[in-house]
Unconditional design. Structure first.
Length: 418
RNA sequence: GCCUGGGUGGUGUAGUCCGGCCUAUCAUACGGGACUGUCACUCCCGUGACUCGGGUUCAAAUCCCGGCCCGGGCGCCA
């Protein structure tokens, strides 16, 4: 008989008197340890009664076929060693006999993460990033890391978190925008960064975090925004295909099926979107950004036409100052999925004079953008890029309705621990 | 920033609208006991809670005011 060692946590103990069942949990899943009184030593049989749920143990055992409904194999122990005890009662139940609220779960996240379904989210997240790197590296992108402690806002807009940097005031970066563009000026041509966004907005919703992650990308020598959109749709197509092929068990356990969207993704012009929205009761004015309700209406419209992923492009030129204007439109785009924005991007302005003019037109002072503007004075190629929220994307893939589920230790309006 | 909903044992809940029959429900957990094929094991016994402060009232988990904590929607965004 071959002896083997199993290590893990005690998920459950079922004591029937003359026979005991011990369910062990580890990263691979659940394993049944069976202890018939007559087939194991008295010491082991008795010591099992002293074990608590979530104790960490190592078991020397023999593997054999099981009669159990839920297990193909079971293990007959010859030795059980307690590696560490768990206290009782537990602050939440990893075996999920009773549910727990999000707040309780997050306060005890390490226990929450012992649940299979929760673990799977992060397994899939890891795979998603693996395939993202795989795809982008194959497409000749260079992975970079840029500073998260910065001296000023890189693009205005959202509020920044101030930090004390020795004797100076600094901020946490809301986006690597400026640095990505610097890398275009540096001649790297194609870069991406898997990065943190820090945003000091006091929002309190299921779709927002104050500390979130993103796949940020920038590429030079593009013709227009379509070059970027093509990379983005191919990236999404590639990662979803790989996930559906290689994460079958995790997806099955989560009862989620990944529908790999067909290429190319639907493009809808802003004008067209506004028309659809008017037909469906929205009072959006031309020039307005789409509100949350507008995005939802559009998402429903797309769903009716069997479309999950769709680009919105040709926005009015007043969207963001650094996006390339194109008549009364601009070369920015959003990628939405089921009514939620998961990416925004576009072709950037590369001409110094035009950029200064745009900054002024947006009511900003070019003096505040001196460092930013310098990059455009010594040979900046045409370029563009996007930022894709990883948690937002995961929410859509895995049909999760709270973004906090998609990050290990969420930071929101109220939570800064654990 | 604006608007809203909530807080009952370790955990998840019932009860709150319409105050009294609440000595607070149920499940799970925890402690003890019985049980040789469980698989949400089962059965018996036990332990354990009204967010805090003030007010109204003969009487407050329940009504009112304030604090603390948390959720959600909008704006903004990813």
């Amino acid at each position: 008989m071959i002896k083997m060692i199993l290590k893990g946590w005690i998920h459950e103990i079922r004591d029937l008197g003359g026979i005991k069942f011990l369910i062990l949990r580890n990263r691979e899943g659940l394993h049944q340890i069976v202890l018939p009184k007559k087939k194991v030593s008295k010491d082991i049989f008795d010591m099992v009664s002293t074990l608590n749920k979530e104790d960490v143990i190592a078991i020397e055992c023999e593997k054999r076929d099981s009669r159990a409904k839920d297990f193909e194999f079971e293990y007959l122990p010859s030795k059980i060693k307690i590696l560490n005890k768990s206290e009782t009662p537990l602050p939440l139940d990893p075996a999920e006999k009773v549910s727990a609220e999000m707040d309780t779960r997050l306060d005890n996240r390490f226990l929450d993460l012992r649940k299979r379904k929760i673990f799977n989210i992060f397994k899939i997240r890891s795979e998603l990033l693996k395939y993202t790197r795989e795809f982008l590296l194959k497409e000749d992108f260079i992975e970079i890391h840029t500073p998260k402690i910065i001296s000023t806002a890189s693009e205005g807009g959202t509020e920044l978190f101030p930090v004390q940097y020795f004797e100076k005031r600094a901020y946490l970066s809301q986006s690597p925008q400026l640095y990505k563009e610097m890398m275009m000026a540096a001649g790297f041509d194609r870069v991406f960064e898997i990065t943190w966004y820090f945003r000091a907005e006091e929002h309190n919703t299921r779709r927002h975090l104050n500390e979130s992650t993103a796949i940020d990308l920038e590429m030079a020598f593009i013709k227009d925004e379509e070059d970027i959109m093509k990379i983005l749709e191919n990236l999404i197509h590639y990662t979803l295909k790989k996930l559906s092929e290689n994460c079958k068990n995790e997806l099955d356990e989560m009862e989620v099926k990944i529908e790999c969207p067909e290429l190319p993704f639907k493009r809808i012009m802003y004008d067209e979107a506004v028309k659809i929205l008017h037909d469906r009761g929205s009072n959006i004015k031309w020039g307005d950004d789409l509100g949350t309700e507008d995005e939802k209406i559009l998402g429903r419209y797309m769903k009716e036409n069997n479309i999950d992923y769709y680009f919105i492009k040709k926005f009015p030129e007043n969207k963001i100052f650094y996006i390339m204007p194109d008549g009364k439109y601009c070369r920015g785009f959003d990628l939405d999925c089921n009514g939620v924005e998961i990416t925004s991007g576009g072709q950037r302005i590369h001409d110094h004079g035009l950029l200064v003019k745009r900054i002024q037109e947006f009511g900003l002072d070019p003096e505040n953008f001196k460092d930013y503007l310098k990059v455009f004075r010594y040979g900046m190629p045409p370029h563009g890029g996007f930022g894709m929220g990883i948690e937002r994307f995961l929410m859509e893939i895995l049909k999760i309705d709270n973004i906090r589920e998609c990050i290990l230790f969420p930071r929101d309006r109220n939570r800064i621990k654990p």
